[in-house]
Design a protein around this ligand. Structure first.
Ligand SMILES: [Zn+2]
Length: 285
């Protein structure tokens, strides 16, 4: 597969021993008003419920200033989440920069950032019943922003065949149904996901992406606050709890419930939607 490893220089150990520095310390990011969100959570009113059927996806909208919960209902199940600005599909969730800022997995207090040139918080994670999990002995954790979404193209390369219920296709059909766009155009808006409830990491010896059975149980939920008007799509992954395989009909799969919740009037006194990013976009010209 690859050439033999080149011989190490004499100072190899010294080079390896250099301590890492955090690429993006987040202490200078505008702080999320978590105390305000926490108080607003006390008086939430359920205004809409949407179901993502097993091995399929559903779209939902969350007005700015509302909360959204993704709830495990019937059994352990992983969900692949896409988010767009409801008024402009070109602004969408940026898993790569969210990962660079907050780490490989997200939990309460982390923000879900939009793509360039927008780069502003689309949502803030406000509650995570799996927040107890932490990082396990394999380096695994939940709610990752390292996976992409299972897709029929990778499946075709690895295994051959035409499987139509990968999260990529589920999200594509759901977005096409919501927007009226033809499938091939809707597909271009589908992007790298937040893997809600999925337990993943990288193997220590080979650095490969791994998954393991999700610790999620019925009643667990992942909750976020919409900083802007959001259009979301959630796919109940054909991998089920992702303990064995995805991209097939083999795994036991369950529906996921999406709840939209509205805070009591006045509960968000002083809150403002995030402004556009402050970079002037002149790029040195
Ligand atoms: Zn999937």
């Amino acid at each position: 597969m690859c050439d033999a490893r080149p011989s190490a220089p004499a100072d190899a150990e010294a080079r390896r021993a250099i301590a890492p520095v955090i690429c993006y310390p987040v202490d200078t990011l505008p702080a999320a008003p978590m105390a305000l969100y926490s108080a607003a959570r006390e008086g939430l009113l359920l205004v809409d419920t949407v179901t993502a059927p097993a091995r399929d996806a559903a779209t939902f909208t969350v007005p700015a200033g509302h909360f959204c919960r993704i709830v495990s209902v019937d059994g352990p199940q992983v969900g692949d989440l896409n988010l767009w600005n409801a008024n402009d599909l070109s602004e969408r969730f940026f898993s790569g920069k969210t990962r660079a800022l907050h780490g490989t997995h997200v939990t309460t207090g982390d923000r879900l950032w939009s793509n360039l040139p927008h780069l502003r918080p689309m949502a803030t994670v406000t509650h995570d019943t799996l927040g107890w999990y932490g990082i396990d002995g394999y380096g695994g954790s939940v709610h990752d922003v390292i996976g992409t979404r299972c897709d029929p193209y990778t499946n075709n390369l690895l295994s051959g065949g035409q499987y139509h219920h990968c999260c990529h296709s589920n999200l594509t059909r759901a977005l096409a149904d919501h927007t009226g766009l033809p499938l091939d155009q809707a597909e271009l808006h589908v992007h790298d996901v937040l893997n809600v409830f999925m337990c993943t990491g990288f193997t220590r010896d080979t650095g490969q992406y791994f998954m393991k059975a999700s610790p999620v149980r019925p009643g667990d939920y992942f909750e976020f606050f919409a900083e802007i008007d959001l259009l979301g799509a959630l796919s109940a992954c054909p991998g089920g709890d992702c303990s064995s395989e995805h991209s097939s009909d083999t795994a036991a799969c369950h529906r996921l419930e999406i709840q939209i919740l509205k805070p009591a009037s006045g509960a968000l006194q002083g809150w403002q939607a995030p402004a556009a990013n402050g970079y002037d976009r002149s790029h040195g010209r």
